[in-house]
Design a protein. Sequence first.
Lengths: 191, 191
Amino acid sequence: MALEHAILVSLAEKASSGYELARRFDKSIGQFWTATHQQVYKVLARMEAAGWVAGTVVEQDGRPDKKVYDLTDAGRAELAAWIAQPAAPEVARSELAVKIRGASYGDPAAVAAEVERHRALHAERLDAYLANEKHEFPDSSRLRGKRLHQWLVLRGGIALERNLIDWYDDVLAALRPSKKGTKPRPDKAKP
Amino acid sequence: MALEHAILVSLAEKASSGYELARRFDKSIGQFWTATHQQVYKVLARMEAAGWVAGTVVEQDGRPDKKVYDLTDAGRAELAAWIAQPAAPEVARSELAVKIRGASYGDPAAVAAEVERHRALHAERLDAYLANEKHEFPDSSRLRGKRLHQWLVLRGGIALERNLIDWYDDVLAALRPSKKGTKPRPDKAKP
DNA sequence: GGTTGCACTGCAACTCATTGCATAGGTAGC
DNA sequence: GCTACCTATGCAATGAGTTGCAGTGCAACC
Protein backbone atom coordinates (compact mmCIF):
# COMPACT_ATOMS: atom_id res chain seq x y z
CA MET A 1 0.00 0.00 0.00
CA ALA A 2 2.98 2.31 0.11
CA LEU A 3 5.30 1.82 -2.82
CA GLU A 4 3.44 4.72 -4.39
CA HIS A 5 4.38 6.88 -1.48
CA ALA A 6 7.96 5.75 -1.29
CA ILE A 7 8.21 6.76 -4.92
CA LEU A 8 6.60 10.11 -4.14
CA VAL A 9 9.25 10.77 -1.50
CA SER A 10 11.98 9.76 -3.89
CA LEU A 11 10.62 11.97 -6.66
CA ALA A 12 10.19 14.86 -4.25
CA GLU A 13 13.90 14.64 -3.63
CA LYS A 14 14.73 14.42 -7.30
CA ALA A 15 12.78 14.00 -10.53
CA SER A 16 13.79 10.70 -12.12
CA SER A 17 13.02 8.09 -14.71
CA GLY A 18 11.66 4.68 -13.77
CA TYR A 19 15.02 3.15 -14.33
CA GLU A 20 16.78 5.62 -12.06
CA LEU A 21 14.15 5.10 -9.39
CA ALA A 22 14.60 1.37 -9.52
CA ARG A 23 18.35 1.80 -9.06
CA ARG A 24 17.81 4.23 -6.23
CA PHE A 25 15.65 1.64 -4.53
CA ASP A 26 18.69 -0.60 -4.34
CA LYS A 27 20.38 2.03 -2.22
CA SER A 28 19.09 4.87 -0.09
CA ILE A 29 15.37 4.26 0.15
CA GLY A 30 15.96 0.58 -0.51
CA GLN A 31 17.06 0.14 3.10
CA PHE A 32 13.47 0.21 4.17
CA TRP A 33 11.61 -0.37 0.98
CA THR A 34 12.55 -2.34 -2.09
CA ALA A 35 11.06 -2.68 -5.55
CA THR A 36 11.98 -4.25 -8.83
CA HIS A 37 11.95 -2.18 -11.97
CA GLN A 38 8.79 -3.88 -13.26
CA GLN A 39 6.98 -2.92 -10.10
CA VAL A 40 8.24 0.64 -10.38
CA TYR A 41 7.10 1.03 -13.99
CA LYS A 42 3.70 -0.40 -13.20
CA VAL A 43 3.15 1.87 -10.24
CA LEU A 44 4.48 4.93 -12.09
CA ALA A 45 1.94 4.36 -14.85
CA ARG A 46 -0.84 4.14 -12.28
CA MET A 47 0.42 7.27 -10.56
CA GLU A 48 0.56 9.20 -13.81
CA ALA A 49 -3.01 8.16 -14.57
CA ALA A 50 -4.00 9.42 -11.14
CA GLY A 51 -2.30 12.74 -11.86
CA TRP A 52 0.22 12.51 -9.03
CA VAL A 53 3.20 12.66 -11.34
CA ALA A 54 3.88 13.94 -14.84
CA GLY A 55 6.33 12.28 -17.20
CA THR A 56 8.41 13.97 -19.88
CA VAL A 57 10.37 12.09 -22.49
CA VAL A 58 13.98 13.17 -22.50
CA GLU A 59 16.25 12.38 -25.40
CA GLN A 60 19.72 11.37 -24.46
CA ASP A 61 23.01 11.32 -26.24
CA GLY A 62 24.29 7.83 -26.87
CA ARG A 63 21.58 6.26 -24.73
CA PRO A 64 17.95 5.32 -25.12
CA ASP A 65 15.36 7.98 -24.41
CA LYS A 66 14.05 8.10 -20.90
CA LYS A 67 10.86 9.32 -19.34
CA VAL A 68 11.52 11.59 -16.41
CA TYR A 69 8.77 11.90 -13.84
CA ASP A 70 8.17 14.80 -11.52
CA LEU A 71 5.60 15.51 -8.86
CA THR A 72 2.49 17.48 -9.69
CA ASP A 73 0.72 19.65 -7.14
CA ALA A 74 -1.76 16.82 -6.64
CA GLY A 75 1.17 14.49 -5.97
CA ARG A 76 2.62 16.86 -3.40
CA ALA A 77 -0.77 17.13 -1.71
CA GLU A 78 -1.15 13.36 -1.68
CA LEU A 79 2.30 12.96 -0.17
CA ALA A 80 1.56 15.43 2.60
CA ALA A 81 -1.76 13.75 3.31
CA TRP A 82 -0.16 10.31 3.46
CA ILE A 83 2.55 11.48 5.83
CA ALA A 84 -0.12 12.77 8.19
CA GLN A 85 -1.78 9.37 8.35
CA PRO A 86 -0.80 6.76 10.93
CA ALA A 87 1.79 4.29 9.69
CA ALA A 88 1.27 0.54 9.69
CA PRO A 89 3.32 -1.34 12.29
CA GLU A 90 6.53 -2.93 11.10
CA VAL A 91 6.24 -6.42 9.71
CA ALA A 92 9.39 -8.42 10.26
CA ARG A 93 9.88 -11.26 7.85
CA SER A 94 12.93 -13.41 8.18
CA GLU A 95 13.15 -16.71 6.41
CA LEU A 96 16.45 -17.30 8.14
CA ALA A 97 14.88 -16.90 11.57
CA VAL A 98 12.31 -19.55 10.70
CA LYS A 99 15.13 -21.85 9.65
CA ILE A 100 16.99 -21.22 12.87
CA ARG A 101 13.90 -22.04 14.85
CA GLY A 102 13.45 -25.25 12.89
CA ALA A 103 17.12 -26.19 12.74
CA SER A 104 16.59 -29.45 14.64
CA TYR A 105 14.26 -30.72 11.94
CA GLY A 106 17.00 -30.37 9.37
CA ASP A 107 20.76 -30.02 9.44
CA PRO A 108 21.84 -27.54 12.14
CA ALA A 109 25.33 -27.30 10.65
CA ALA A 110 23.87 -26.23 7.32
CA VAL A 111 21.81 -23.59 9.10
CA ALA A 112 24.94 -22.33 10.83
CA ALA A 113 26.69 -22.04 7.49
CA GLU A 114 23.74 -20.11 6.15
CA VAL A 115 23.82 -17.77 9.14
CA GLU A 116 27.47 -17.13 8.44
CA ARG A 117 26.74 -16.32 4.84
CA HIS A 118 24.09 -13.82 5.85
CA ARG A 119 26.42 -12.35 8.41
CA ALA A 120 28.97 -11.61 5.71
CA LEU A 121 26.29 -10.13 3.52
CA HIS A 122 25.11 -7.75 6.19
CA ALA A 123 28.63 -6.83 7.22
CA GLU A 124 29.17 -5.76 3.64
CA ARG A 125 25.99 -3.74 3.64
CA LEU A 126 26.96 -2.11 6.90
CA ASP A 127 30.29 -1.06 5.43
CA ALA A 128 28.51 0.41 2.44
CA TYR A 129 26.18 2.39 4.69
CA LEU A 130 29.06 3.65 6.81
CA ALA A 131 31.00 4.71 3.74
CA ASN A 132 27.90 6.44 2.49
CA GLU A 133 27.44 8.24 5.77
CA LYS A 134 31.02 9.43 5.80
CA HIS A 135 30.74 10.67 2.25
CA GLU A 136 27.27 12.20 2.34
CA PHE A 137 26.96 13.41 5.90
CA PRO A 138 30.43 14.35 7.14
CA ASP A 139 29.15 16.91 9.60
CA SER A 140 26.03 15.29 10.98
CA SER A 141 25.65 17.56 14.00
CA ARG A 142 24.56 20.49 11.88
CA LEU A 143 22.00 18.81 9.73
CA ARG A 144 18.49 20.16 9.49
CA GLY A 145 15.34 19.53 7.48
CA LYS A 146 15.46 17.15 4.52
CA ARG A 147 19.08 16.22 5.01
CA LEU A 148 18.60 15.53 8.70
CA HIS A 149 15.71 13.21 7.94
CA GLN A 150 17.70 11.34 5.35
CA TRP A 151 20.51 10.93 7.79
CA LEU A 152 18.20 9.67 10.53
CA VAL A 153 16.92 6.92 8.29
CA LEU A 154 20.45 6.01 7.29
CA ARG A 155 21.32 5.81 11.00
CA GLY A 156 18.38 3.46 11.39
CA GLY A 157 19.72 1.24 8.65
CA ILE A 158 23.15 1.22 10.25
CA ALA A 159 21.72 0.31 13.65
CA LEU A 160 19.63 -2.40 12.07
CA GLU A 161 22.60 -4.00 10.33
CA ARG A 162 24.73 -3.87 13.44
CA ASN A 163 21.98 -5.42 15.49
CA LEU A 164 21.53 -8.19 12.96
CA ILE A 165 25.24 -8.94 12.83
CA ASP A 166 25.42 -9.15 16.62
CA TRP A 167 22.50 -11.51 16.68
CA TYR A 168 24.05 -13.70 14.01
CA ASP A 169 27.21 -13.86 16.09
CA ASP A 170 25.21 -14.98 19.11
CA VAL A 171 23.42 -17.60 17.05
CA LEU A 172 26.68 -18.89 15.61
CA ALA A 173 28.28 -19.09 19.05
CA ALA A 174 25.32 -21.14 20.27
CA LEU A 175 24.93 -23.29 17.20
CA ARG A 176 28.52 -24.28 16.72
CA PRO A 177 29.41 -27.27 18.90
CA SER A 178 31.48 -25.19 21.29
CA LYS A 179 34.31 -26.86 23.16
CA LYS A 180 34.60 -26.16 26.83
CA GLY A 181 36.61 -23.06 27.63
CA THR A 182 35.82 -21.41 24.35
CA LYS A 183 35.00 -17.78 24.73
CA PRO A 184 31.38 -16.99 24.05
CA ARG A 185 32.17 -14.36 21.51
CA PRO A 186 35.23 -12.31 20.61
CA ASP A 187 34.95 -8.59 20.83
CA LYS A 188 32.98 -6.69 18.29
CA ALA A 189 35.14 -3.72 17.50
CA LYS A 190 33.38 -1.48 15.05
CA PRO A 191 33.57 2.29 15.14
CA MET B 1 7.41 -18.45 -0.64
CA ALA B 2 7.79 -19.63 2.91
CA LEU B 3 4.57 -19.44 4.85
CA GLU B 4 4.24 -23.12 4.05
CA HIS B 5 7.52 -23.78 5.73
CA ALA B 6 6.87 -21.60 8.72
CA ILE B 7 3.73 -23.66 9.22
CA LEU B 8 5.71 -26.87 8.85
CA VAL B 9 8.05 -25.74 11.63
CA SER B 10 5.12 -24.79 13.80
CA LEU B 11 3.38 -28.10 13.22
CA ALA B 12 6.59 -30.01 13.84
CA GLU B 13 6.61 -28.45 17.28
CA LYS B 14 2.97 -29.23 17.91
CA ALA B 15 0.07 -30.59 15.85
CA SER B 16 -2.58 -27.87 15.65
CA SER B 17 -5.71 -26.64 13.96
CA GLY B 18 -5.71 -23.73 11.56
CA TYR B 19 -7.18 -21.51 14.19
CA GLU B 20 -4.52 -22.39 16.73
CA LEU B 21 -1.80 -21.85 14.14
CA ALA B 22 -3.15 -18.43 13.30
CA ARG B 23 -3.11 -17.49 16.98
CA ARG B 24 0.37 -18.88 17.35
CA PHE B 25 1.49 -16.67 14.50
CA ASP B 26 0.55 -13.67 16.59
CA LYS B 27 3.09 -14.75 19.13
CA SER B 28 6.16 -16.96 18.93
CA ILE B 29 6.72 -17.50 15.22
CA GLY B 30 4.90 -14.27 14.51
CA GLN B 31 7.99 -12.31 15.50
CA PHE B 32 9.53 -13.13 12.18
CA TRP B 33 6.60 -14.27 10.15
CA THR B 34 2.98 -13.24 10.27
CA ALA B 35 -0.18 -14.57 8.69
CA THR B 36 -3.89 -14.02 8.96
CA HIS B 37 -6.21 -16.95 9.53
CA GLN B 38 -7.50 -16.86 5.96
CA GLN B 39 -4.00 -17.17 4.67
CA VAL B 40 -3.31 -20.05 7.04
CA TYR B 41 -6.43 -21.97 6.03
CA LYS B 42 -5.70 -21.52 2.39
CA VAL B 43 -2.12 -22.68 2.68
CA LEU B 44 -3.07 -25.60 4.93
CA ALA B 45 -5.51 -26.82 2.28
CA ARG B 46 -2.79 -26.63 -0.33
CA MET B 47 -0.36 -28.44 1.92
CA GLU B 48 -2.83 -31.20 2.62
CA ALA B 49 -3.40 -31.63 -1.09
CA ALA B 50 0.36 -31.90 -1.52
CA GLY B 51 0.50 -34.57 1.17
CA TRP B 52 2.73 -32.62 3.55
CA VAL B 53 0.20 -32.60 6.35
CA ALA B 54 -2.78 -34.73 7.36
CA GLY B 55 -5.85 -33.31 9.06
CA THR B 56 -8.13 -35.06 11.52
CA VAL B 57 -11.44 -33.66 12.67
CA VAL B 58 -11.61 -33.51 16.44
CA GLU B 59 -14.92 -33.06 18.22
CA GLN B 60 -14.86 -30.76 21.17
CA ASP B 61 -17.02 -30.26 24.16
CA GLY B 62 -18.90 -26.99 24.10
CA ARG B 63 -16.98 -25.73 21.10
CA PRO B 64 -17.07 -26.15 17.36
CA ASP B 65 -15.23 -29.10 15.88
CA LYS B 66 -11.73 -28.43 14.79
CA LYS B 67 -9.43 -29.98 12.25
CA VAL B 68 -6.04 -30.80 13.72
CA TYR B 69 -3.16 -31.06 11.29
CA ASP B 70 0.01 -33.04 11.75
CA LEU B 71 3.10 -33.56 9.63
CA THR B 72 3.33 -36.54 7.34
CA ASP B 73 6.64 -38.18 6.47
CA ALA B 74 6.57 -36.27 3.20
CA GLY B 75 6.09 -33.07 5.17
CA ARG B 76 9.04 -33.85 7.40
CA ALA B 77 11.17 -34.57 4.34
CA GLU B 78 10.08 -31.33 2.73
CA LEU B 79 10.91 -29.40 5.86
CA ALA B 80 14.40 -30.89 6.09
CA ALA B 81 15.00 -30.19 2.40
CA TRP B 82 13.85 -26.60 2.75
CA ILE B 83 16.07 -25.98 5.75
CA ALA B 84 19.07 -27.16 3.76
CA GLN B 85 18.39 -24.58 1.05
CA PRO B 86 19.89 -21.09 1.15
CA ALA B 87 17.61 -18.52 2.72
CA ALA B 88 16.53 -15.35 0.96
CA PRO B 89 18.12 -12.17 2.32
CA GLU B 90 16.07 -10.15 4.77
CA VAL B 91 13.76 -7.58 3.29
CA ALA B 92 13.19 -4.67 5.61
CA ARG B 93 9.97 -2.81 5.02
CA SER B 94 9.17 0.14 7.16
CA GLU B 95 6.46 2.55 6.20
CA LEU B 96 7.42 4.69 9.16
CA ALA B 97 11.00 5.00 7.92
CA VAL B 98 9.71 6.27 4.59
CA LYS B 99 7.62 8.83 6.43
CA ILE B 100 10.58 9.94 8.49
CA ARG B 101 12.61 10.39 5.35
CA GLY B 102 9.85 12.43 3.79
CA ALA B 103 8.90 14.35 6.93
CA SER B 104 9.77 17.73 5.38
CA TYR B 105 7.15 17.21 2.68
CA GLY B 106 4.46 16.89 5.31
CA ASP B 107 4.11 17.78 8.95
CA PRO B 108 7.26 16.82 10.88
CA ALA B 109 5.45 17.18 14.21
CA ALA B 110 2.85 14.63 13.10
CA VAL B 111 5.63 12.27 12.10
CA ALA B 112 7.23 12.70 15.52
CA ALA B 113 3.92 11.86 17.18
CA GLU B 114 3.67 8.77 15.01
CA VAL B 115 7.19 7.72 15.97
CA GLU B 116 6.21 8.05 19.59
CA ARG B 117 3.17 5.87 19.07
CA HIS B 118 5.29 3.18 17.45
CA ARG B 119 7.80 3.46 20.23
CA ALA B 120 5.11 2.68 22.79
CA LEU B 121 3.89 -0.21 20.69
CA HIS B 122 7.31 -1.79 20.47
CA ALA B 123 8.05 -1.16 24.12
CA GLU B 124 4.94 -3.16 24.89
CA ARG B 125 6.01 -5.93 22.58
CA LEU B 126 9.45 -5.98 24.14
CA ASP B 127 7.90 -6.40 27.57
CA ALA B 128 5.81 -9.28 26.31
CA TYR B 129 8.89 -10.98 24.86
CA LEU B 130 10.85 -10.50 28.06
CA ALA B 131 8.02 -11.89 30.15
CA ASN B 132 7.80 -14.81 27.77
CA GLU B 133 11.52 -15.43 28.07
CA LYS B 134 11.40 -15.37 31.83
CA HIS B 135 8.49 -17.77 31.86
CA GLU B 136 9.54 -20.16 29.12
CA PHE B 137 13.32 -20.13 29.38
CA PRO B 138 14.25 -19.48 32.99
CA ASP B 139 17.55 -21.32 32.72
CA SER B 140 18.79 -20.37 29.29
CA SER B 141 22.39 -21.47 29.80
CA ARG B 142 21.46 -25.14 29.69
CA LEU B 143 19.30 -25.14 26.63
CA ARG B 144 19.99 -27.51 23.79
CA GLY B 145 18.35 -28.62 20.56
CA LYS B 146 14.82 -27.47 19.78
CA ARG B 147 14.48 -25.35 22.89
CA LEU B 148 17.81 -23.65 22.31
CA HIS B 149 16.78 -22.73 18.78
CA GLN B 150 13.47 -21.34 19.94
CA TRP B 151 15.25 -19.27 22.52
CA LEU B 152 17.77 -17.94 20.00
CA VAL B 153 14.98 -16.65 17.81
CA LEU B 154 13.26 -15.08 20.79
CA ARG B 155 16.54 -13.38 21.64
CA GLY B 156 16.63 -12.07 18.09
CA GLY B 157 13.18 -10.62 18.53
CA ILE B 158 14.17 -9.00 21.79
CA ALA B 159 17.29 -7.47 20.25
CA LEU B 160 15.27 -6.22 17.32
CA GLU B 161 12.71 -4.50 19.52
CA ARG B 162 15.38 -2.91 21.66
CA ASN B 163 17.22 -1.67 18.62
CA LEU B 164 14.05 -0.21 17.18
CA ILE B 165 13.17 1.57 20.41
CA ASP B 166 16.63 3.08 20.63
CA TRP B 167 16.39 4.29 17.08
CA TYR B 168 12.98 5.82 17.71
CA ASP B 169 14.42 7.66 20.69
CA ASP B 170 17.21 9.06 18.54
CA VAL B 171 14.75 10.13 15.90
CA LEU B 172 12.53 11.81 18.47
CA ALA B 173 15.46 13.65 19.99
CA ALA B 174 16.41 14.95 16.57
CA LEU B 175 12.90 15.70 15.37
CA ARG B 176 11.67 17.58 18.39
CA PRO B 177 12.78 21.19 18.20
CA SER B 178 15.22 20.86 21.06
CA LYS B 179 16.33 24.00 22.86
CA LYS B 180 19.96 24.40 23.65
CA GLY B 181 20.97 22.74 26.88
CA THR B 182 18.17 20.20 26.66
CA LYS B 183 19.24 16.67 27.30
CA PRO B 184 19.26 14.48 24.20
CA ARG B 185 16.34 12.33 25.36
CA PRO B 186 13.93 14.16 27.62
CA ASP B 187 10.72 12.53 28.71
CA LYS B 188 7.61 13.40 26.88
CA ALA B 189 6.22 16.71 28.03
CA LYS B 190 4.92 18.04 24.77
CA PRO B 191 1.36 18.50 23.57
C1' DG C 1 31.96 -9.86 -36.80
C1' DG C 2 30.17 -11.62 -32.77
C1' DT C 3 29.40 -11.60 -27.96
C1' DT C 4 28.73 -9.45 -23.80
C1' DG C 5 26.93 -5.95 -21.00
C1' DC C 6 24.50 -1.78 -19.73
C1' DA C 7 20.61 1.63 -20.10
C1' DC C 8 15.82 1.83 -20.85
C1' DT C 9 10.91 0.48 -21.13
C1' DG C 10 7.28 -2.52 -20.73
C1' DC C 11 3.67 -6.82 -20.99
C1' DA C 12 1.85 -11.24 -19.19
C1' DA C 13 1.26 -14.67 -15.97
C1' DC C 14 1.59 -15.91 -11.65
C1' DT C 15 1.95 -16.16 -6.54
C1' DC C 16 1.37 -14.07 -2.19
C1' DA C 17 -1.34 -11.57 0.97
C1' DT C 18 -5.19 -8.63 2.58
C1' DT C 19 -10.04 -7.28 3.15
C1' DG C 20 -14.61 -8.26 3.50
C1' DC C 21 -18.10 -11.36 4.07
C1' DA C 22 -20.62 -15.77 5.49
C1' DT C 23 -21.73 -19.35 8.68
C1' DA C 24 -22.43 -21.68 12.99
C1' DG C 25 -22.45 -23.05 17.74
C1' DG C 26 -21.17 -21.64 22.64
C1' DT C 27 -20.59 -18.50 26.65
C1' DA C 28 -21.83 -14.70 29.33
C1' DG C 29 -24.00 -10.44 30.75
C1' DC C 30 -28.18 -7.69 31.29
C1' DG D 1 -34.81 -12.79 24.87
C1' DC D 2 -31.13 -9.67 23.15
C1' DT D 3 -26.55 -8.43 22.43
C1' DA D 4 -21.88 -9.15 22.25
C1' DC D 5 -17.93 -11.70 21.98
C1' DC D 6 -15.10 -16.10 21.29
C1' DT D 7 -13.95 -20.44 18.80
C1' DA D 8 -13.80 -22.35 14.34
C1' DT D 9 -13.73 -22.68 9.20
C1' DG D 10 -13.92 -21.00 4.83
C1' DC D 11 -15.06 -18.32 0.01
C1' DA D 12 -14.59 -14.30 -3.16
C1' DA D 13 -12.54 -10.28 -4.75
C1' DT D 14 -8.85 -7.41 -4.91
C1' DG D 15 -4.36 -5.64 -4.46
C1' DA D 16 0.71 -6.08 -4.02
C1' DG D 17 4.75 -8.09 -5.64
C1' DT D 18 7.66 -11.52 -8.31
C1' DT D 19 9.32 -14.05 -12.32
C1' DG D 20 9.91 -14.50 -16.97
C1' DC D 21 10.07 -12.70 -21.30
C1' DA D 22 10.72 -9.19 -25.07
C1' DG D 23 12.60 -5.48 -27.43
C1' DT D 24 15.80 -1.27 -28.70
C1' DG D 25 20.12 0.98 -28.91
C1' DC D 26 24.89 1.88 -27.89
C1' DA D 27 29.69 0.76 -26.27
C1' DA D 28 33.49 -2.15 -25.44
C1' DC D 29 36.04 -6.22 -25.76
C1' DC D 30 38.36 -9.84 -28.37
